[in-house]
Design a protein around this ligand. Structure first.
Ligand code: AMP
Length: 614
């Protein structure tokens, strides 16, 4: 598939035609200097031009629209237009409305426009790109891929600022995160390099370019990121300050000569590497000066690298560890010095930089990933080439393919409601009921060889007790207690939403039986709703193991679509969706209810989720 990818920034734009099948770039145009009033923008064109080589030209345009039109003129000819399948646009802010790429229509366009208030420097230019491409290529589908989208999975504890909800809701003050296209892309590149699925990894992705951000990518989902409501929070950047005490801003605003515009300029354009070094926002200049002994340049490097390391430590704590740290962006990919500084004293995390590998690391299209950690490093340090244009092309091609998928089968899926229950080891059974004790089967369950036992336990938390919690047999090689959210409130414990078996670092709890009690350090989870199916069922529904789907249930008065339903495929399963009592009650589900897979293209089927079960 051939995708035209347009990335219209505030002062530059880039258009590429990418062949998603072989990753080739058929043509590329870059325009820079668009925001500069004094100078004409300049344009550089890579093939296709007659000579086949990149050439530069001065561009006589006075606004973004003309620049985009000029860039498209250089890039497109009749033959190329005929081969194009779609246009993909990078759109910076998707707000609450868009957490996934979408095909652009009038509604999508007006929503992007309404989000311009949140990203005044970007969304208006993205819209100009959409409209100009629409005029030039009428009838070709256009898609928007959002920089905020990947961070749609931020849990509310990471999304919220600690201000009254009345204020945050009225003014839309919350954390969104940016650079999502890059973080997601390098996370999957890192996973491919490590020969595993991104859903098996906890990654700390550091995008260090002119703009900089870190993201904690836990089992494929962004769970923390350093940019917030705007791209100003977090790391030190080329000209942006990143984190600063809000009190310092208030203090400045109270001084003579400082108003909002002045402070905005200070924090957005005059700070960061440029501000601290006093000379340049380009790390290459700063490194040269630092090598010559310039104190301000040295300080700029120190403040920058210190901040990155601080976030790495914080995000390792957020995820309870990290399997790899990814360094990308112009600085992450090219500055061995900055990588050396960032990679210091991370041994506590199991991450050890190999200085020789670091010095020699060069990433390019042929070698997009370099491991710069020592062989014994438990947590890998990886330099990964990012490529937002290619990432957008991949997403658009994926959406196009999804459009052509056969509609999901109209078959229904039986739904079983699980009350709170536990699975125990034989050892725990004996501690609770006495030495040599065996569970007594009471009735068989729908999944082969599973049974509900006669025995129950008391589940005890700091806030309360759940009586008569059924044990399911046979015994397993780990202890797991599955409760609903309401049960968690009663127990006074926050348990993570997990797949059965994924109990690493879940919540602890105490169990009491007839003969004793056991305190588990982990094992309490809120079960992640899921569908068991055989490989034949999976084929019939057009899904795969670990896909995440939406299921619609049609009930009296409380129709509901369950999102985030994970597919589990095994020859040993019988087709059945499992939900807990809270979920069933929310939909007024009767016994023997059924659901149907929602066929909503890619929106209904995410291919990544936080899981490390196999
Ligand atoms: P990006 O926004 O990802 O294109 O990154 C641009 C920034 O990367 C530039 O402003 C430089 O600070 C930095 N950069 C690019 N190449 C190098 C290099 N060889 N050494 C140090 N920094 C570099």
């Amino acid at each position: 598939m051939h995708i035209l990818v347009l990335n219209c920034g505030s002062s530059s734009l880039r258009a590429d035609i990418i062949d998603d099948d072989d990753g080739g770039v058929l043509g590329s145009v870059k325009v820079s200097g668009l925001a500069d009033d004094d100078e004409r923008a300049s344009l550089s064109v890579s093939p296709p031009d007659e000579a086949g080589a990149t050439h530069q030209e001065r561009l006589d345009v006075d606004d973004h629209r003309n620049a985009i039109a000029a860039a498209l003129d250089r890039l497109l000819n009749d033959e190329i237009v005929d081969r194009l399948d779609a246009v993909g646009h990078r759109v910076v802010h998707g707000g609450e409305a868009f957490t996934h790429p979408v095909e652009i229509n009038a509604d999508v366009e007006s929503t992007i426009e309404s989000l311009s208030e949140l990203a005044p420097l970007h969304n208006p230019h993205n819209l100009t790109g959409i409209r100009t491409a629409g005029e030039r290529l009428p009838g070709l589908p256009q898609f928007a891929v959002f920089d905020t989208g990947f961070h749609g999975t931020l849990p509310s504890r990471a999304r919220n600022y600690a201000i009254p909800s009345e204020v945050s809701e009225r003014h839309g003050i919350r954390r969104f995160g940016f650079h999502g296209i890059s973080h997601e892309f390098v996370a999957s590149r890192a996973a491919a390099y490590l020969e595993t699925d991104v859903r098996n990894l906890r990654l700390i992705s550091c995008h260090l370019g002119n703009g900089c951000s870190v993201s904690a990518v836990e089992y494929g989902s962004s769970v923390e990121t350093s940019m917030g409501m705007t791209p100003m929070e977090g790391l030190v950047m080329g000209t942006r300050s990143g984190d600063i005490d809000p009190g310092a801003i208030l203090h400045l605003l109270r001084q003579d000569g400082w108003d909002v515009e002045r402070v905005d300029r200070l924090l957005n354009e005059e700070s960061g590497l440029a501000g601290v070094s006093g000379v340049s926002n380009d790390l290459r200049d700063i490194q040269r000066l630092a090598a010559d002994g310039d104190e301000d340049a040295r300080m700029a490097i120190q403040v920058f690298s210190h901040r990155v390391r601080k976030y790495i430590g914080a995000y390792a704590a957020v995820m309870g560890g990290a399997d790899a740290i990814v360094l990308t962006g112009g600085i992450g990919e090219n500055s061995a010095l900055m990588r050396h500084r960032v990679g210091q004293r991370l041994e506590f995390l199991g991450a050890q930089l190999d200085e020789d590998l670091n010095r020699d690391a060069i990433v390019d299209d042929d070698t997009p990933v370099c491991d710069v950690s020592s062989p014994t490093s438990r947590c890998k340090l990886l330099v990964v080439q990012t490529d937002e244009q290619r990432a957008i092309a991949q997403k658009v091609a994926h959406l196009l393919r999804e459009h052509h998928r056969p509609a999901a089968q109209e078959a229904t899926i039986p739904i079983a409601v699980s009350a709170r229950h536990c699975h125990l080891t034989q050892e725990t059974v004996e501690e609770l009921f006495g030495e040599g004790y065996e569970l007594t089967p009471r009735n068989p369950l729908s999944q082969p060889e599973q049974f509900a036992a006669e025995e129950t336990v008391r589940v005890v938390g700091p806030g309360g007790v759940l009586e008569k919690v059924r044990i399911l047999g046979p015994t397993r090689d780990y202890n797991q207690v599955e409760v609903a959210r309401t049960d968690e409130f009663k127990l006074g414990i926050d348990a993570p939403v997990r797949m059965s078996g994924d109990i690493d670092q879940s919540a602890g709890v105490t169990l009491e039986g007839d003969a004793g009690q056991v305190t588990l350090s982990e094992g309490l989870i809120c079960a992640w709703r899921h569908i068991h199916m055989t490989p034949a069922d999976a084929e019939r529904f057009g899904v795969e193991h670990r896909d995440v789907v939406e299921v619609a249930v049609n009930t009296d008065e409380r129709d509901l679509i369950f999102g985030d339903v994970i597919i589990r495929v095994s020859e040993d399963y019988r087709l059945e969706m499992h939900i807990d009592t809270d979920e069933a009650n929310a939909a007024n589900l009767a016994r023997r209810s059924e659901g149907m897979l929602v066929d909503s293209g890619s929106l209904g089927r995410l291919n990544r989720r936080k899981t490390n079960f196999s």
